[in-house]
Design a protein around this ligand. Structure first.
Ligand code: GDD
Length: 372
């Protein structure tokens, strides 16, 4: 594969004899039907079936096809990285060999990159995307993995997708050390990108062969999340670090809200002579207002709308108000349950409640009120 291609389609394989010829054929017809000058790079980890032999034979038929067989440090993510290194183009797209990802979407991914996106992700969880034929256990695991990933990347609905495209610049000069299956998380966590586009697709479970997902791969994922979090704290110049900053600001604003609440409660009760429960309700509402405006202008930096109390701001305020009230109910529930049923000292129960509600408030607001 010596020519410079517009795009390289990277297909990682391990024991894919039942699928590999068909997927190569499907990718090639899609590329030529859409006049895309693309190469196909199969990265294999010493399959024990006929995968390697089949691809080697097909290289005689397709001169845009190449296979790399890796002899060490086997793994899906490592193979994809090897593909990035060996690809002869400025745009890469990664796709499974087993037709879980529809090859006919490749031109759409390519088109979005041409229009300016740095990374394009095939999403199962955005409107229009879905999963077909997955057993319940697999769905639950996937939802858990996606949920964890979305703590680091709240704006992305499917940060663990295996179907994605990117520009070479996103990862140039970046040391990627992924394990397991979630190579995209590593790219998002360490790469340099600004614009992401997600394209809905239907993930269809493989018809032939079997998934290689094991418990080890799941535990690798947990380690990967921790290592990305640590990386973001030390290197700082990345999207996850920006997210931490938002979370810290949100916490700071929450703390200011507590002071506002206590201050007004004291003022209304002691100086205006209001009944303390009435005073508390008004003080809570003032604290909610304080927190909303600080978060809107400072934490999420929406200063552009500072002069216009827009409909959008009203919507955000309504959403924040609802989340805060539900948070308050959860807080009281935790306080009551831990104190009355578990005999925990009420101030400790209250602190536990505040901590849990902080995460509730942040995560729910981040995905609803300030889904930027
Ligand atoms: N080179 C190499 N080495 N390829 C591998 C390895 C490996 O160790 N393990 C799996 N593959 C290849 C398979 O041959 C297939 O082409 C692709 O990687 C996906 O493998 P599966 O084992 O079928 O993955 P899955 O269906 O369980 O998981 C899919 O969904 C995940 C999201 O839930 C994949 O698309 C993942 O990439 C994705 O993260």
């Amino acid at each position: 594969m010596d020519a410079q291609y517009e795009i390289t389609v990277i297909i990682p394989t391990f024991n894919e004899e039942a699928n590999i010829a068909d997927i190569i054929e499907a990718v090639n017809s899609t590329l030529s039907a859409n006049n895309i000058r693309g190469g196909i790079l199969v990265v294999d980890d010493e399959s024990r079936d006929k995968t390697i032999e089949i691809v080697q034979n097909l290289t005689l038929k397709y001169n845009n096809l190449k296979i790399i067989v890796r002899h060490e440090d086997h793994g899906l993510s490592q193979s994809v990285i090897e593909g990035f290194k060996q690809a002869n183009s400025d745009i890469f797209i990664v796709i499974d060999a087993d037709f879980s990802h529809p090859p006919m979407l490749i031109p759409l991914f390519y088109g979005e990159i041409k229009k300016g996106a740095d990374v394009v992700i095939g999403s199962r969880y955005i409107h229009g995307g879905k999963i077909q034929q997955w057993p319940l256990k697999r769905r639950v695991l996937s939802l858990g993995a996606t949920g964890l990933g979305r703590i680091l990347f709240p704006e992305i609905t499917d940060p663990v997708s295996g179907f994605f495209a990117l520009r070479k610049e996103v990862i140039s000069g970046v040391q990627l050390h992924p394990r397991g299956y979630k190579i995209l998380m590593e790219v998002l966590g360490k790469g340099q990108w600004k614009s992401i586009v997600e394209i809905p697709f239907t993930f269809t479970d493989r018809h032939n062969g079997e998934s290689k997902l094991t418990f080890c791969i799941i535990s690798d994922y947990a380690k990967q999340i921790l290592s990305l979090a640590e990386y973001s704290l030390t290197s700082r110049n990345n999207q996850i670090w920006n997210e931490w900053k938002k979370m810290a600001k949100f916490g700071f604003v929450g703390f200011s809200g507590v002071l506002v609440n206590v201050g007004f409660l004291y003022l209304f009760t002691e100086y205006l002579g209001l009944y303390y429960i009435t005073a508390s309700v008004v003080a809570i509402e003032i604290a909610i207002l304080n927190n909303f405006f600080l978060n809107d202008y400072w934490t999420f930096d929406l200063k552009d709308e500072v002069n216009s109390f827009t409909q959008n701001r009203l919507k955000r305020f309504f959403s924040f108000q609802c989340v805060s009230i539900i948070g308050l109910i959860i807080n009281i529930g935790i306080l009551y349950t831990l104190t009355d049923f578990f005999g925990i000292y009420y101030l400790v129960s209250n602190l536990i409640g505040i901590l849990i509600v902080f995460f509730w408030n942040y995560l729910v607001n981040r995905h609803t009120t300030w889904k930027l």
